[in-house]
Structures are given as structure tokens and as C-alpha cells.
Design a protein around this ligand. Structure first.
Ligand code: SF4
Length: 485
């Protein structure tokens, strides 16, 4: 073993073992500021493990990170204990996600340090200053706008053996999306816009992901074409606010609905979905595209967030309840079979019982097909932090439960109304039980039915016979004499 003191960093010792085929780290005396574990000297990692927290944007970023690492020659192992490189792709939207990551990073520091450890994602942006202080065993922090710099950051960690961070406020458009390692072979995410300009008062995204940056249409079309050629049947266009697409680049003359028409023209294009939308940017042109484009599924995530105008204003949602309802009415008139999804926050600062009941009434009247409901928790760095989180936890939980109960009964009614009818289902995989096949209708209803494995990746006509808590249970029927919905 050869070991020499680093001239640049006297408390760090550089070294290697034998021919390099054994362990890629060696244990040496800890530097003064790190007392809780033994310092290691890292060599090029051969294996990595990555854990993703949060939304689909993070899932896609993880796939891009994985693609970059594998291009560098690293292999994924599903073994957190033994991987050379550990990456936590984090989320700051919910308090719970953040606490989970903090707990995990703390745990890693208690053991003997054997890995290179990095944090990417929204927490990297929101807490860049405190992460290294809190977790001295952390090796790098890479922000959401810098995932393309991961290789350089890793090189720097290996070269300097010091903590490195890279967190730019603005996204540079040179990200190689095509490198993404897909974890599914039927459906894929495609990023079309990053960041958000809306500045809802409870949300960290504009601060952690920066302002809106649309991706050039040519690059999106190229990726979609490649996915179609590789047999993907469903593409979900992703962004914090997809229907803002193109507004930051007026010279492109290509708004979200224009992009959808271009994607629909790709030969062999299966289904197209999009996530997520801001009600203000859901235009009549988009509604017409949903009605007219064969590829575009009749499901729109249309988050209302609250049913009271005072709370909507306080949230800076920039629409009123009446404007929201008008848009929903226009959409359901243009696309009568559309299904809607929503997000709602209960217990926002100062929300009264009466104001909550307005939200409850909206859920009752609109009959969302799916709802994601949360109780408010203050996020550091957001404007809402300056207001007292004054709704007691028990009250928040009670409001949440009432909404969940209401949504459960609405969902049951919607599922019941589907019984006896036949729907097109894209078969995605085996269900958890490993026996039934699982897929989704165009309106994003989960369906299971019996069938052979070779149906995975195909569109099947399935008659709905019954339903359980979350799932419709159907039977595949032969292709003749169908009423297709
Ligand atoms: S629209 Fe509002 S909630 Fe959605 S990402 Fe932007 S700021 Fe956050």
C-alpha cells in the first residue's frame, strides 16, 4: 500500500491498496472537524445505489442521474450497505419527505463510513448551507439545476477528497435527457419544462428549481420518437406546470397545445399524458387538443388547492373559485368524458371551518376522479412561513379525514358507474400479487384482470365487473362487438 500526505489538505491522506482490485477505500486518521467516523480515501466507485423522494420530476431526474453514472461505467446495486456511491435524490415539498432524508443521512453518519455519499434534488437547493454542517460525512451536494454536472462533481470529490457542492439558481439547457435510464418498458416520462414562475406562497419549487425554462420542441420530439421506436406505449410529459410550456420563449411560437399536436403526429405514438397543470394556464386550445388528438388521454390533473377565495388569494393561486369552476365547466363541455384530478391543502394559516367547508363543497360538486389531499406544513424559505401555522394538528387531521371520506365515496360512485362497460386498458405489468395483470384506462383508472404475460405493453379491451378499495377488477373480452369508451 502506498500512502502520502496531501500537500493541499494536510489533514487528508491519499493512498491506494494493492492493484486496486480490492476495496476502493482505506481507513485513515479522521481530520479534526470529523470525529464521528473514520475518514476514507475514495477511488472511482464501481457500484451505486440511489433513492428517490418526492414527485415524478424527481423520478425522472433520478433516471437521468442513473444514465450518466452508467455511462461512466458504474453499475446499480440494490444494496445500500455495499454500494460504493450512495445518492439521495431529495424533496422539500413536504415536511415528511425532508424528515425521512434527514433521518437517513444521520443514520449513515453513525456507522463506519464506507461510501461516497451525495445529496441531489430540492433539499440540496433549499438546505445547501446547512447540509454539510449537519452531516460532515456527506461528500457532495448537487442542486436540481446541476444534475448534468454530476460527473464533474464526482471527479472533484475524488481528486480533492473534500466536500463539494454545485447548486446554480438557473437551469442550463444542456441536459442530456436521452441518457435517462428507464425503469419501465411500457411507459416513460419526458421532461418538457423545468421550474415554475407562479410563486404560490406555500411552495418551495420556484426557489429550489428556479424559474420556468422550456425545453426545445425538437429535442422533445426526438426523445418521444426514440421512445416510440423502442416500443413505449405511453409518454407522460412532465413539468411543474406543463401548460406554461413555451411562454418563456415567445420566439419559438410553440405553446403547450402546439407541442401536443406535433407529438401526436409522431408515427406509432401511443398514449400521451401530462403532469402537472396550473388552472390559469389550462386554455381552450388545450381542451380542444384533448378532444381532438387521438393520442391525448382524457385525464387532466387540475389542482384547485382550496375552495375559498380568501385562502386562494393568500396562497397566491391567481384564480378565484368562480374562475376555476368556469374552466371546469368549459372543459367538461368540450370533453364530456374527461376525468379530473386535484391537489388540496387543508389547514392553511387562518383557514376557518366555513372556508374549509367551501373546499369540501367543491370536491363534492366537481366529483374528481382522484384527489391528493395534504394538511398544511410550513416550508422554510416560502412566503407562507411568515404566517403563524395556527390551525391545530387535530383540526387539520379532522378536515383531511372528512375530505378523504368524501373522495372515497365519490371514487366509489365513479367506479360503480363504470361496471358492465368496456374500456381500453394499457397493460403495464403484473399486479402486486404476481397473478393478475395491471393496467390503466385512458381516464387513469387502475384495472386488474387475468391474462398471460405477453399482454404486457399491449392495449386490451376490458369489461369492468367489480371494484375494490383502489382498483377495478375486469375481464378481457374478445375484440368483436365492443362499445369502446
Ligand atoms: S404552480 Fe405553485 S404549487 Fe405548483 S410548482 Fe409552481 S409554485 Fe409550486
Amino acid at each position: 500500500m502506498a500512502v502520502k500526505s496531501s500537500k493541499r489538505f494536510p489533514n487528508i491522506v491519499e493512498g491506494h491498496i494493492g492493484d486496486g482490485s480490492s476495496k476502493n477505500t482505506i481507513e485513515l486518521t479522521p481530520p479534526l472537524h470529523i470525529q464521528s467516523f473514520s475518514i476514507m480515501i475514495f477511488r472511482e466507485p464501481k457500484t451505486y445505489f440511489i433513492r428517490t423522494y418526492g414527485c415524478q420530476m424527481n423520478e425522472l431526474d433520478t433516471q437521468i442521474i442513473q444514465g450518466q453514472l452508467e455511462k461512466r461505467g458504474l453499475a446499480f446495486i440494490d444494496d445500500e450497505e455495499n454500494a460504493d456511491l450512495l445518492i439521495y435524490n431529495t424533496c422539500s415539498i413536504r415536511d415528511l419527505a425532508e424528515r425521512k432524508v434527514m433521518g437517513k443521512l444521520g443514520q449513515l453518519g453513525r456507522g463506519k463510513k464506507r461510501h461516497i455519499i451525495g445529496v441531489t434534488g430540492c433539499m440540496a437547493m433549499a438546505k445547501k448551507d446547512s447540509l454539510f454542517r449537519k452531516f460532515p460525512h456527506l461528500d457532495f451536494v448537487v442542486g436540481t439545476n446541476n444534475i448534468t454536472d454530476l460527473g464533474t462533481v464526482l471527479d472533484e470529490v475524488l481528486y480533492t477528497q473534500r466536500q463539494v457542492y454545485k447548486t446554480d439558481d438557473r437551469f442550463e439547457e444542456n441536459l442530456d435527457y436521452l441518457v435517462a435510464k428507464r425503469d419501465h418498458n411500457v411507459k416513460a416520462f419526458v421532461s418538457i419544462i423545468r421550474g415554475c414562475d407562479k410563486f404560490c406562497t406555500y411552495c418551495v419549487v420556484p426557489y429550489t428549481r428556479g424559474g420556468e425554462v422550456s425545453r426545445p420542441a425538437m429535442s422533445i420530439i426526438e426523445e418521444c420518437k426514440q421512445l416510440v421506436d423502442r416500443g413505449y406505449q405511453e409518454i407522460t410529459l412532465l413539468g411543474q406546470n406543463v401548460n406554461s410550456y413555451g411562454k418563456d420563449k415567445p420566439e419559438w411560437n410553440c405553446l403547450f397545445h402546439d407541442l401536443l399536436y406535433q407529438i401526436d403526429r409522431i408515427p406509432g405514438m401511443g398514449r400521451v399524458r401530462f403532469l402537472t397543470s396550473h388552472p390559469v394556464d389550462i386554455t381552450r386550445e388545450l381542451m380542444l387538443a384533448i378532444r381532438d388528438l387521438p393520442s391525448l388521454c382524457e385525464f387532466v390533473h387540475f389542482p384547485i388547492q382550496a375552495g375559498s377565495n380568501r385562502i386562494l388569494k393568500k396562497m397566491h393561486r391567481i384564480y378565484t373559485k368562480e374562475q376555476y369552476f368556469e374552466k371546469v365547466a368549459m372543459l367538461t363541455e368540450i370533453v364530456p368524458n374527461v376525468s379530473l384530478g386535484t391537489d388540496i391543502i387543508v389547514g392553511f394559516p387562518t383557514e376557518t371551518e366555513e372556508e374549509f367547508l367551501e373546499t369540501y363543497q367543491a370536491v363534492h360538486d366537481i366529483r374528481y376522479s382522484v384527489g391528493f389531499f395534504y394538511s398544511y406544513s410550513p416550508r422554510k424559505g416560502t412566503p407562507a412561513m411568515r404566517w403563524k401555522d395556527d390551525i391545530p394538528d387535530e383540526e387539520k387531521q379532522d378536515r383531511l379525514q372528512r375530505l378523504l371520506d368524501l373522495q372515497a365515496s365519490v371514487t366509489s360512485e365513479i367506479r360503480a358507474s363504470m361496471l358492465g362497460q368496456t374500456y381500453e386498458v394499457l397493460v403495464e405489468r403484473f399486479n402486486k400479487d404476481g397473478k393478475m395483470l395491471k393496467g390503466r384506462t385512458r381516464c387513469w383508472k387502475k384495472v386488474i384482470f387475468e391474462g398471460p404475460e405477453n399482454l404486457i405493453g399491449t392495449l386490451q379491451q376490458v369489461k369492468m365487473n367489480s371494484f375494490s378499495h383502489e382498483t377495478l377488477i375486469g375481464e378481457r373480452i374478445c375484440q368483436s362487438a365492443l362499445k369502446i369508451l
